[in-house]
Design a binder for this molecule. Structure first.
Ligand code: NDP
Ligand code: 2IT
Length: 454
């Protein structure tokens, strides 16, 4: 059988098996397909490694365990509420489970399994000893008072604390979970378990947090994009950039792009996007941070305040830009968005969010020579800096801003080099999906082989 045919046949056979085992989990299937399309051919090409016989991919796609639990809490009117909490412990071959908690009404098992699966490869790429996990709840923090969020977090942690620990499983933030929620969660963990350990990352500086952790995902993505752009001899200075989202990742993406001389012309939230052709400078970014992190308002207020256009219910991908940084949520950029980005001159797409581009959008970028960075490589700066927070907690030390930023920059550069090593196609062209998946997979697969059938 010709190689290409064998790759296709073996990938299809794996995906048939996997899809049948995970009905009704489209996001998880999407994430696994992207990996299988790279890793199955890699295993076919390297039979001596023994990965197929050891069922490495079959084992990697089956969580070590999943906890699902009731989260009862009382709202400010005295009404009882019930949400569903989760923790997916996916793989701890190279370190304790590590990955964020997401509080959003769309959270379900498929979403968390996809995120936990992605986290295995992302964490492996950081070069730090971090396994893969993810958790969260279908709780919507929007419109809730601080007291309601605190009661919810306390109830959530009352169950979660049985399953996590500084050397077992270390959660952090994700959508809907920021410094406020991490504080309430940490407080409850400490109260129940009676120990003060680095059981969560993304903590505030006063109780064991790391400098640069809030900035790390956005900064890291911009560092990664700079590596990619410089790899083909272009620069970020003067580039027009489009960002989606206006939360943690988006905010620090805008900040670092400004610092490097680029101009950001869009941000968004789930109700629409703003187009500011003048650019979102540091003063305007300070407005967004106060709006989103303190007043918890809607991005439409930016357009009203700075007198620019707001596009209700729309995504920013129709706006002309050199580079795009999707930083909101999964599947927020589809094939038609990819087409309009290219039509409007976009030369590169760098994922701040997890899996924001659909499978066919990614294929379109590859076919049309648009640079594309998968989130497991480009947004790994957040979890990498969480790893640095864990190290500081274990040492009982706090590193300076410059030290942490220097390590983050080095980690992002190293991830880029790993992608180039495993993903270079011809000349300078790099398939970052291939590079990231092979590099991320190889380390975890080797660890699994060494540890036997567990
Ligand atoms: P935040 O909660 O701080 O911000 C999320 C942003 O995305 C908000 O602007 C939100 O709008 C928007 N958004 C969320 N859901 C949707 C939706 N269904 N449709 C449109 N917009 C939506 O989260 P983060 O910035 O932390 O996370 C953003 C992305 O980055 C996620 O994919 C996350 O998994 C990923 N990520 C985060 C890391 C981190 O360290 N925080 C690390 C690596 C990746 P609204 O306010 O209206 O809900
Ligand atoms: O998707 C991610 O990598 C995160 N939400 C950060 C995880 C972490 O443990 O810092």
């Amino acid at each position: 059988m010709a190689a290409a045919q064998q790759y296709r046949a073996e990938t299809a056979s794996f995906m048939d098996w996997f899809t049948q085992r995970n009905p009704g989990e489209p996001e998880f299937i999407q994430a696994v397909r992207e990996v299988a399309e790279v890793v199955v051919p890699y295993m076919v090409d390297h039979p001596k490694k023994g990965y197929r016989e050891a069922k490495i991919l079959e084992r990697m796609t089956e969580p070590d365990r999943v906890f699902i639990f009731r989260v009862p809490w009382m709202d400010d009117r005295g009404v009882f509420q019930v949400n569903r909490g989760y923790r997916v412990q996916m793989n701890n071959s190279i370190g304790p489970y590590k990955g964020g908690l997401r509080f959003h009404p769309t959270v379900n098992l498929s979403v968390l399994k996809f995120l936990a699966f992605e986290q295995i490869f992302k964490n492996s790429l950081t070069t730090l000893p971090l396994g893969g996990g993810k958790g969260g709840a279908d709780f919507d923090p929007k419109g809730k008072s601080d007291a309601e969020v605190m009661r919810f977090c306390q109830s959530f942690m009352t169950e979660l604390c049985k399953h996590i620990g500084a050397v077992t499983d270390v959660p952090a933030g994700d959508i809907g979970v920021g410094a406020r929620e991490i504080g309430y969660l940490f407080g409850q963990y400490k109260r129940i378990r009676g120990n003060f350990t680095g059981v969560l990352t993304g903590k505030s500086l006063t109780y064991g947090g790391s400098l640069i952790r809030p900035e790390a995902t956005g900064y890291g993505n911009v560092y990664f994009s700079r590596e990619m752009i410089e790899h083909v001899d272009r620069g970020l200075d003067g580039a027009v950039c489009s960002v989606s989202g206006s939360g943690n990742v988006a905010q620090y993406t805008v900040e670092k792009l400004n610092e490097l001389g680029a101009k950001v012309v869009t941000v968004s939230d789930s109700s629409g996007f703003v187009h500011d052709p003048e650019g979102i400078d540091s003063e305007k970014l300070a407005f967004i941070m106060a709006l989103k992190n303190e007043r918890r308002g809607r991005i439409k207020e930016y357009a009203e305040h700075f007198k620019c256009q707001f596009f209700e219910g729309q995504k920013p991908w129709g706006v002309a830009c050199d580079y795009a940084y999707p930083s909101a949520t999964q599947n927020e950029l589809d094939l038609s968005d990819a087409r309009s980005l290219l039509d409007n001159g976009c030369k590169g797409v760098f994922e701040g969010a997890n899996m924001p581009c659909t499978h066919d959008a990614v294929a379109f970028f590859h076919e049309n020579n648009v640079m594309y960075a998968p989130g497991k490589a480009s947004n790994a700066g957040g979890v990498a800096t969480s790893g640095l927070e864990m190290s500081q907690n274990k040492l009982g030390l706090s590193w300076t801003r410059e030290e942490v930023d220097g390590k983050l920059t080095g980690i992002m550069r190293n991830i880029h080099q790993q992608c180039v090593k495993h993903g270079t196609l011809d000349g300078k062209r790099v398939d970052y999906v291939k590079g990231a998946n092979i590099a991320g997979f190889e380390k975890v697969a080797q660890a699994m082989m060494s540890q036997g059938l567990v």
